[in-house]
Design a binder for this molecule. Structure first.
Ligand SMILES: NC(=O)c1ccc[n+]([C@@H]2O[C@H](COP(=O)([O-])OP(=O)(O)OC[C@H]3O[C@@H](n4cnc5c(N)ncnc54)[C@H](OP(=O)(O)O)[C@@H]3O)[C@@H](O)[C@H]2O)c1
Length: 256
């Protein structure tokens, strides 16, 4: 086992882009006591990202990579095995990988769109977490953070005068609502084993999720670094008072 196993071991799924990549950089820059594993569905992209991250002068901790496609059981099994062999345990799982294949203009998403959205955004984190629970149970302070969205909040859409009621993307929204239930379920099931679990909304930020990166920048939308900062706060224990809940950046908390 590597000497990195003395550190707090953090896995970020979808760590090769957007919020996941910024989170890898933020956590690895925060302290020498973190080892961050970049979950990469595409290993060659991941290796390039890993080199870029390791070359940053801000990095204090250590960083490695694991091939991890949340939609592939064989990839999940192999990743869990690799993490066990290299570190013997996992301290923090950040289920960040997600997709939004809808354009927002279709009348209703097709069945394949509904399926693929749920596959990555719900079934992926559900199956991956289950595979990693034995490694998380070996941690003295296991944490699971599911990256969701306020668009999955039933309370928010129920206010028909609010902004949430005007947003579209129903497949994406339903998938995030289901992910929120996964959080509540995991916390209920695993709390007795000392687990802390949260749903986290990273805010509306500039990434490739909506294929409108430049438009978001022109609109003055905030950087995904702000999302990473919020995730780092949870990892550091600064949102422990909100454990089991639906948290967001800047100390905010949402209703389910
Ligand atoms: N951006 C926003 O405004 C916003 C708002 C609310 C919530 N979110 C949530 O934040 C999370 C991150 O999104 P983002 O905005 O950073 O999007 P992004 O830039 O498109 O990055 C998504 C990441 O997920 C990875 N990914 C996609 N499918 C995967 C799979 N099957 N297995 C493993 N990894 C997979 C991608 O891999 P590749 O690098 O190979 O493409 C990429 O690294 C998502 O859960 C999203 O729903 C984002």
């Amino acid at each position: 086992m590597s000497s990195a196993s003395q550190k707090e071991i953090v896995l970020v799924t979808g760590g090769t882009n957007g919020i996941g990549l910024d989170t890898v950089i933020y956590i690895a820059s925060a302290s020498p006591n973190y080892h961050v594993i970049v979950g990469a569905r595409n290993l060659s992209k991941g290796e390039t990202v890993l080199k870029d991250v390791q070359a940053k002068s801000s990095i204090q901790g250590t960083v490695s990579i694991v091939q991890l496609d949340a939609n592939e059981d064989s990839s999940i099994t192999a990743a869990a095995k690799k993490i066990e062999q290299e570190f013997g345990r996992l301290d923090v799982l950040i289920n960040n990988a997600g997709i939004c294949p809808e354009t927002g203009t279709e009348q209703w998403p097709s069945r394949p769109t509904l399926r693929s959205t749920f596959e990555t955004n719900v079934f992926g984190p559900a199956v991956l977490t289950e595979a990693l629970v034995p490694l998380l149970k070996r941690s003295s302070a296991p944490k699971i953070i599911n990256v969701s969205s306020v668009l999955g909040s039933i309370s928010a859409i129920s206010d028909h005068s609010g902004a949430s009621s005007r947003a579209t993307f129903p497949a994406y929204r339903m998938s995030k609502t289901a992910l929120n239930m996964l959080t509540a379920y995991q916390y209920c099931q695993l709390k007795g084993d000392g687990f802390k679990v949260w749903t986290y909304c990273p805010g509306f930020v500039v990434t490739d999720l909506g294929r409108d990166r430049e438009q978001r920048k022109d609109m003055g939308v905030e950087s995904s670094e702000t999302s990473a900062k919020g995730l780092l706060q949870i990892v550091r224990g600064e949102r422990d008072a909100d454990v089991g809940g639906f948290v967001a950046r800047y100390g905010q908390k949402y209703e389910w």
